[in-house]
Design a protein around this ligand. Structure first.
Ligand SMILES: NC(=O)c1ccc[n+]([C@@H]2O[C@H](COP(=O)([O-])OP(=O)(O)OC[C@H]3O[C@@H](n4cnc5c(N)ncnc54)[C@H](OP(=O)(O)O)[C@@H]3O)[C@@H](O)[C@H]2O)c1
Length: 271
C-alpha cells in the first residue's frame, strides 16, 4: 500500500489515536483531526517523534463546511480513516417506566456517527477522483468505523445501531461504485475495543479486543483490500444469525443481556 498522506478523524483518542501512532513513520504526512486540543497534540507529538510530518486540525465532524475545507485542503490523500464517533444507550427515567433514548442524544449520535462520516468521506472521494493512480493502480483508500451494533436492532442502543448500520451500508455500497476508479472503500464491523469509549460501561463486554490488536486487524484488512473488515468473527456471525430471528424472539434475548439494560452506558457527550 502506498501511504504517503493519511487523514484521520478522531485522532485524539482510542482507535483513531492508535491508528495514527501505528502509521507514523519518517516521510509520511499525517492530517489529524479531533476536538480536544490537549489530547490531539499528544497524539501529534507522538507521531512527530516517530518521524511523521503532522498537521493537526481542531474541529467537529458535524460541521460540514469546515470538514469540506479541511479535507479538500490536503495535497493528496492515500488513506482516510473516519474514526470519530460517540455512543450512548437508553435511559430509565424511573423503575417501572419504559426505557427511552433522549432526542438530543439520538440527534447527536446520528449527526456524529453518520453525518460526520459523510462529511469526511464525500469530500475525500472528490479529492481522490482528482488525483492520479499510484503504482498499484489505487487512487486512494477510505475506511470508516462501523460496529457490530449496526448488524442488530439492539434496543439498548437504537440510535447507535441505526447510525452504524447506515455507515456500513453506505461504505460497502459506495465502494462497489468507486472500485473501478481505483478508490477502495472499507467498513470496519468490530465488536468491543478497549478504548475510553467503553471504559465506563458497567457490563461485561464479550470478545473485548485491545486497541493495538484492533488497529493491526484494521491495517491488515486495508492491506488486503477487504471491503468489510470484521472482528471478532464469531461475534459478527452470531449477530447476523440473531438478526434472522423473528423480532420478538431476538428482542427477548437482547433485553436480557446486561449490555441491553437501560442506564448501563455513560451519558453521551452532548457538548
Ligand atoms: N470502542 C469500541 O468498543 C467500539 C466498537 C465498535 C465501533 N467503535 C467505533 O470506533 C470509533 C472510534 O471509537 P473509540 O472507541 O476510539 O472511541 P473514543 O476513544 O471515545 O474516541 C472517539 C474519538 O472521536 C472523536 N469525536 C467524537 N465526536 C466528535 C465530533 N463531533 N467531532 C470530531 N471528533 C469527534 C473524539 O474526539 P475528542 O476526544 O477530541 O472529542 C475521539 O477522538 C467510533 O466511531 C466508535 O463508534 C468503537
Amino acid at each position: 500500500m502506498t501511504l504517503n498522506s493519511v487523514l484521520i478523524t478522531g485522532a485524539s483518542s482510542g482507535m483513531g489515536r492508535a491508528l495514527a501512532c501505528a502509521l507514523a513513520r519518517p516521510g509520511r504526512r499525517l492530517w489529524l483531526g479531533g476536538r480536544n486540543a490537549q489530547r490531539l497534540e499528544a497524539t501529534a507529538r507522538h507521531c512527530a517523534d516517530r518521524g511523521a510530518h503532522v498537521t493537526t486540525t481542531l474541529g467537529d465532524v458535524t460541521d460540514r463546511r469546515a470538514m469540506n475545507d479541511w479535507v479538500r485542503g490536503t495535497e493528496r490523500l492515500d488513506l482516510v480513516l473516519a474514526c470519530a464517533g460517540v455512543t450512548g444507550g437508553t435511559h430509565l427515567p424511573r423503575p417501572g417506566l419504559d426505557p427511552y433514548e433522549p432526542a438530543a442524544q439520538v440527534h447527536r449520535i446520528v449527526e456524529t456517527d453518520l453525518g460526520g462520516v459523510l462529511n469526511t468521506v464525500l469530500p475525500a472521494l472528490d479529492v481522490m477522483r482528482g488525483q492520479p493512480r499510484g503504482a498499484d493502480g489505487v487512487r486512494g483508500r477510505i475506511c470508516a468505523i462501523s460496529s457490530v451494533a449496526g448488524l442488530v436492532s439492539f434496543p439498548g442502543t437504537p440510535a447507535y445501531s441505526a447510525a452504524k448500520a447506515a455507515v456500513d451500508r453506505f461504505m460497502v455500497a459506495t465502494g462497489g461504485n468507486t472500485r473501478r476508479a481505483g478508490i477502495l472503500l472499507s467498513s470496519v464491523v468490530c465488536g468491543f475495543v478497549n478504548t475510553p469509549m467503553v471504559a465506563r460501561n458497567s457490563f461485561p463486554m464479550p470478545g473485548l479486543s485491545d486497541v493495538d490488536t484492533a488497529c493491526r486487524r484494521i491495517l491488515r484488512g486495508l492491506a488486503r483490500d477487504e471491503r468489510r473488515i470484521v472482528f471478532p468473527r464469531w461475534l459478527v456471525l452470531g449477530s447476523r444469525m440473531m438478526d434472522l430471528l423473528p423480532i420478538r424472539v431476538a428482542e427477548t434475548y437482547y433485553t436480557r443481556q446486561p449490555s441491553g439494560a437501560p442506564g448501563t452506558m455513560p451519558e453521551t457527550d452532548l457538548t
